[in-house]
Design a protein around this ligand. Structure first.
Ligand code: CMP
Length: 225
């Protein structure tokens, strides 16, 4: 398994080589193709997952079948830990949006590490606090921002985490369909399409298959505020 990406993840960066090697012996590899889920909302869970490569969407389904995306996670990030700290069924369905490789760790193995290494606990708390901050911000945006503003913000966030320089801007290969992008910003596909079309027409971005190229990041930033 290519564990270099995990070695650099904040959670493990402080561990000595021996402790890290012992931990990686306990990891099991999980390979997913686009569209396959590693677990579903409501399942019982006894392990958590680190993303080695690819991307995972975390989604919840309402009674009427509509889907809402909580987050898109990429390499080095972890998920599935809530069932460990607050034993209860999975709170979301985790689905690969591209070819994805995960490393699974049994809760009992993480628990043993946390008992002996307080700095790992501190890193984990920081990751959870960061997630809460992000969730609070999304909640405020749902109340205070219009759909184009939320689309602009979501694209900037995806650019921050997955963007790469391109000849004429920043290529953001988010791997999401327009339906999934709409689920991420909490709006209908039609409204999100309209916002994207307006950004294209103004020359702020170019659309590609499951990707965008941001051509004018300043304007997009202004629109996201
Ligand atoms: P768990 O409930 O075990 O399974 C679903 C996982 O989704 C959950 O653990 C968290 O790791 C993750 N998750 C839940 N809510 C959020 C959120 N708001 N932002 C990012 N990840 C989340």
């Amino acid at each position: 398994m290519d564990i270099e990406v995990l070695r650099r993840a904040p959670l493990f960066a402080t561990l000595g080589d021996d402790v890290f090697a012992a931990l990686t012996d306990e990891l099991t590899e999980v390979d997913l193709s686009r569209g396959s889920s590693v677990f579903r909302e409501g399942d019982q869970g006894d392990q958590l997952y680190f993303i080695v490569s690819g991307k995972i969407k975390l989604g919840r389904t309402a009674q009427d079948g509509r889907e809402n995306l909580l987050a898109i996670l990429g390499p080095g990030e972890l998920f599935g830990e809530m069932a460990l700290f607050d034993p209860s069924p999975r709170t979301a369905t985790a689905t690969a949006v591209s070819e994805t490789r995960l490393a699974a760790l049994k809760n009992e193995n993480l628990r043993a590490l946390l008992e002996t290494r307080p700095e790992v606990s501190a890193q984990l708390l920081q990751a959870l606090a960061r997630r809460l901050r992000r969730t609070n911000e999304s909640l405020a945006d749902l109340v205070f921002s219009d759909v184009p503003g939320r689309v602009a913000k979501a694209l900037l966030d995806l650019a921050d985490r997955f963007g790469r320089p391109a000849t004429d801007g920043i290529l953001v290969a988010h791997e999401l369909t327009q339906e999934e992008l709409a689920q991420l910003v909490g709006a209908s596909r039609e409204t999100v399409n309209k916002a994207l079309a307006e950004f294209v027409q103004r020359g702020w971005l170019r659309l590609e298959a499951r990707a965008v190229v941001i051509l004018d990041i300043q304007r997009l930033r202004q629109r996201s505020r």
